[in-house]
Design a protein around this ligand. Structure first.
Ligand code: HEC
Length: 96
């Protein structure tokens, strides 16, 4: 009984995180990067499938990564926790 509950809650949590990443991306990122991460009109670069997305996002947040327009990215990460960034980066990695 206990074992079943543990398995269920582990599955529940990972399903929830995957959903959150997609949802957060849609709410916070898609307007500039496009729903598929390939809109380059604003950012100049496609981010779809970027395996280094989490490193870059953390870098923007910490002020250690970015180009000429990094202030734009820093502002768009306002209010997002490290867990949010992980979930979003996970979603970015799945975009093609
Ligand atoms: C208001 C527009 C805007 C929003 C919203 C936005 N971005 Fe960006 N993004 C940019 C711009 C502009 C750049 C280029 C910044 C620079 O000069 O470093 C960028 C750069 C990036 C990069 C680095 C690309 C590279 O390889 O150099 C990643 C990754 C990224 N954004 C992901 C995201 C994610 C994830 C979100 C949502 C949390 C998001 N962005 C929200 C405009 C935006």
């Amino acid at each position: 009984m206990m074992k079943k509950l543990v398995v269920l809650s582990v599955l529940g949590v990972s399903a929830l995180m995957a959903a959150d990443g997609a949802k957060l991306y849609g709410a916070k990122c898609a307007e500039c990067h496009g729903a598929n991460g390939k809109d380059i009109a604003i950012s100049g670069k496609a981010i779809a499938g970027d395996a280094a997305a989490l490193t870059k996002l953390s870098g923007y947040k910490a002020g250690t990564f970015g180009g000429d327009q990094k202030a734009t990215m820093q502002a768009s990460l306002d209010g997002l926790s490290d867990d949010d960034l992980k979930a979003i980066a996970g979603h970015v990695g799945t975009l093609k």
